[in-house]
Design a protein. Sequence first.
Length: 173
Amino acid sequence: MTRSSELTSDLVRGVRDEQLGLSTPCAKFDVRDLINHLEWVAEMFVSLAAKGPRTEQGPYAGDFPERAERTLAAWSRPEAWEGMSPAMGMPQPMVAHLYLTDLVVHGWDLARATGQAYEPMPEAVTGSLVFTEQMVDMGRELGAFGPPVEVPDDAPALDRLLGLIGRDPAWKA
């Protein structure tokens, strides 16, 4: 989670003002909306680490890296990983995997949209892929994932993760 957070924070820092309106592989977000989503998710997962409620999304603030640091601090406490999440109805380790997967996938979205290099840690990608394979039906029911995009079985793990959640790994800005 730490390295994925750092990578995504670096990508956010690399976005230029004139790129905020660009399209992303996540059809419902332009770059500004995607960063705002990342800000909201980071803030919400601070609350979820303390077994608190889901939070409402606020306006774009441009402070994702700071929020991500707070999220990491919240999840660095051992009790954050224990028990069930009242807000999410799942074990806390699964909640943490949601955050990791969000970072990995939206990091890719942001990198693709803004032409930045992105090499997530193989362990984060593999963990996100295994987790998503288990959660894909629920993710589709909730509207978080789109229809699958076919990728070869021997494609890299990141491409298989992207295809599983409805992203085209060949997407170009």
